[in-house]
Design a protein around this ligand. Structure first.
Ligand code: ADE
Length: 230
């Protein structure tokens, strides 16, 4: 079982992503458990304050260290984490290789920032990893956490079956996936490639590999240059 906790400023943003389809079934089967914790529960004072002005001035609020530390420590009391991960645009770029690593852990904590970010001392003290999902800025880490957690959870052994297998995904072998087709065999004068109807497994495999190579060469030549592929 992979246990994932997400510490969020806007927990409502994460109400739905894990309640459908593959991840819902995975949770029902006890393969994953995703929990969303509201940072405001750990806020200070009557207003449960969690942010304050940035020292040195400048626009934007910063998440205060104490509510974050209290939340993280209270969660750690329930059990140690393999990784504590901050979602931030200045983190390491998330990719399939990272998803493959994280899906083998037992217990992960994701921290979602907001506004101008979190007090840097919290990053220094607690984070084992910082992840960005791309070179653009979201209004908070919640949607980034949803993306990362989805990509990880579907790789947990047993979550996918043969039909949904991750082995043929784009990126699993440094290649984009080949095109796919379903019935009807001819749609609006457009036929499915003959080879896919041939029933000849080896020829189909060869064709798919050639298509994957061609697609990668045209769309993402950088993947072929990364050197992990011969
Ligand atoms: N928070 C805001 N923008 C982000 C991004 N691109 N990746 C991860 N976390 C973020």
């Amino acid at each position: 079982m992979l246990e994932i906790d997400i510490l969020a400023v806007v927990p409502g943003l994460l109400e739905s992503p894990f309640g459908h389809s593959i991840l819902k079934r995975a949770a029902e089967r006890g393969l994953i458990r995703v929990r969303v914790i509201d940072l405001r529960t750990f806020g200070s004072g009557r207003h449960r304050q969690i942010d304050d002005y940035a020292f040195g001035g400048g626009a934007g609020m910063v998440l205060m260290p104490q509510p974050l530390a209290d939340a993280i420590r209270s969660l750690q009391d329930e059990g140690a984490y393999d990784e504590i991960i901050y979602l931030t645009p200045d983190g390491e770029r998330f990719d399939q290789r990272m998803a493959n690593q994280l899906c083998l852990r037992r217990r992960l904590l994701f921290i979602c920032g907001h506004y101008k970010g979190i007090d840097d001392r919290i990053r220094q003290k607690f984070m084992t990893r910082e992840i960005s999902i791309g070179d653009y800025v979201l209004s908070g880490g919640e949607l980034a956490a949803a993306v990362v957690v989805d990509a990880i959870c579907r790789l947990v052994p047993g979550v996918l079956n043969d039909e949904t297998s991750a082995l043929t995904d784009s990126f699993q072998d440094q290649l984009l996936a080949p095109p796919v087709y379903t019935r009807p065999a001819v749609w609006e004068d457009m036929p499915v490639p003959d080879v896919l109807l041939s029933g000849h497994e080896a020829r189909i495999d060869d064709w798919r590999h050639a298509q994957a190579m061609e697609r990668t060469r045209v769309r993402r030549p950088d993947l072929l240059e990364e050197g992990e592929f011969e």
